[in-house]
Design a binder for this molecule. Sequence first.
Ligand SMILES: NC(=O)C1=CN([C@@H]2O[C@H](COP(=O)(O)OP(=O)(O)OC[C@H]3O[C@@H](n4cnc5c(N)ncnc54)[C@H](OP(=O)(O)O)[C@@H]3O)[C@@H](O)[C@H]2O)C=CC1
Ligand SMILES: CC(C)=CCC[C@@H](C)[C@H]1CC=C2C3=C(CC[C@@]21C)[C@@]1(C)CC[C@H](O)C(C)(C)[C@@H]1CC3
Length: 425
Amino acid sequence: MRPNSQALKHKVPHDTEREFGGTLGAICIPIFLPLTVLFLICVSRSPEASVLQWPPPLPSQDQLWDPVAPMLLLAWITLHTLLYFMPLGKVSEGLLLRDGTRLKYPINGFHALCISGVLLMLLLGLGAPMGYLFELLVPLAVCAIAVSFVFSVYLYIRSFWAPSHALALGGNTGNPLYDFFIGRELNPRIGSFDLKYFCELRPGLIGWVVINFGMLMKEVELRGSPSLAMILVNSFQLLYVADALWNEEAVLSTMDIVHDGFGFMLVFGDLAWVPFTYGLQAAFLVVHPQALTSLRAAAIIALNGAGYYIFRKSNSQKNQFRRDPSHPTVARLETIATATGKRLLVSGWWGFVRHPNYLGDLLMALAWSLPCGFSHLLPYFYVIYFTVLLIHREDRDERQCRAKYGLAWDTYCRRVPYRIFPYIY
Ligand SMILES: NC(=O)C1=CN([C@@H]2O[C@H](COP(=O)(O)OP(=O)(O)OC[C@H]3O[C@@H](n4cnc5c(N)ncnc54)[C@H](OP(=O)(O)O)[C@@H]3O)[C@@H](O)[C@H]2O)C=CC1
Ligand SMILES: CC(C)=CCC[C@@H](C)[C@H]1CC=C2C3=C(CC[C@@]21C)[C@@]1(C)CC[C@H](O)C(C)(C)[C@@H]1CC3
């Protein structure tokens, strides 16, 4: 079959604005971020654990490679592909596409998490050395990065066979480097297997908590029992991942699924960045144990609880409102009309700040770092990166909403002046 000629001539509707620093970003980010992943893992296990130490703790050649790593990764991706097709849970429809159709998605991610948990316990019962994941972390990250590159090349090439309505508006600039990076095709599928939806929530997100568990088991190997700090980090992050999978259907209306193409940025983010940097606190704690008083632990649990409450309530309120504005839980909230026919909430959580869900997410991120104490910056990497990511994301969303809702969006901004942090930002 010949590539879609219309797509090749770039006669496809597209956004002219380029994200993430345009071509320069598209060249630098794929070089810089994979190195950052390896650098951060190495720092987390070095005695100094300082991101500023010089020379940086670089891995030796034999630390980079372990033949077990690609086999484990392959087994993991195969397992989750099989679980994706499991006839459990319901099938939901995504938002309306440009060609007027809707795609169908299996909602069985939470089942996949539970089955992964059961398999993990079975392996543990059979004496599998889970703590070995600590030694395997760098080789696994190397393989995940390699898979991200190969997979993104595949996605870029196959996008030339996609019809123009299946391409993302932001990923068809005609600049190959930028389009490879940002993603051309919106919802690439092999049959009914949706590659973006699969990667967004399954192998990487569930892989992250499995790696965390491996760090906990390494601590048990080294010190006989897991520390309170390690238990908190594992529990908080498991709650976050379980929540994402429990509410899997909500991901169908996120910017990533609805608007962004599937290119290197998301592939690498899902398969390498999330599993190997979001849980750095657990890797840090293996080599840098921290004592935690019950009082401090209680305060950190309260902070995570408050963050989770704001995150979940605000996300659920908006999702409910978008699905059924007449539902009793949202019907009495004050709203403003927009020219598109959709309404915007101006009371409840979305009348407090314009992104209450980001606020809750950031409070949780802080709670994940605090069990690691204040002696090192590394465990705070996630909350710092995440603040930058969400401020940038808020800005992107704001531009999209202004383009969508025009004057109504300006009215909303006047009614709700703060973006994420009340009275600050
Ligand atoms: N851990 C991580 O790495 C990441 C986590 N996240 C989390 O993912 C979650 C989803 O975030 P994200 O996808 O960025 O977007 P949001 O869930 O914040 O959704 C933004 C959309 O909501 C709608 N909206 C905005 N304001 C209103 C309003 N007042 N009333 C009704 N609808 C409104 C608009 O879409 P429309 O009007 O078209 O419905 C807007 O485009 C967040 O909790 C975030 O913290 C996000 C990125 C990374
Ligand atoms: C630096 C870099 C490579 C950034 C790429 C960004 C991605 C890591 C994130 C973009 C949006 C994401 C979301 C989640 C994870 C991180 C990425 C992929 C998410 C699945 C985490 C769990 C949440 O509950 C969520 C489902 C709302 C969320 C969706 C967005």
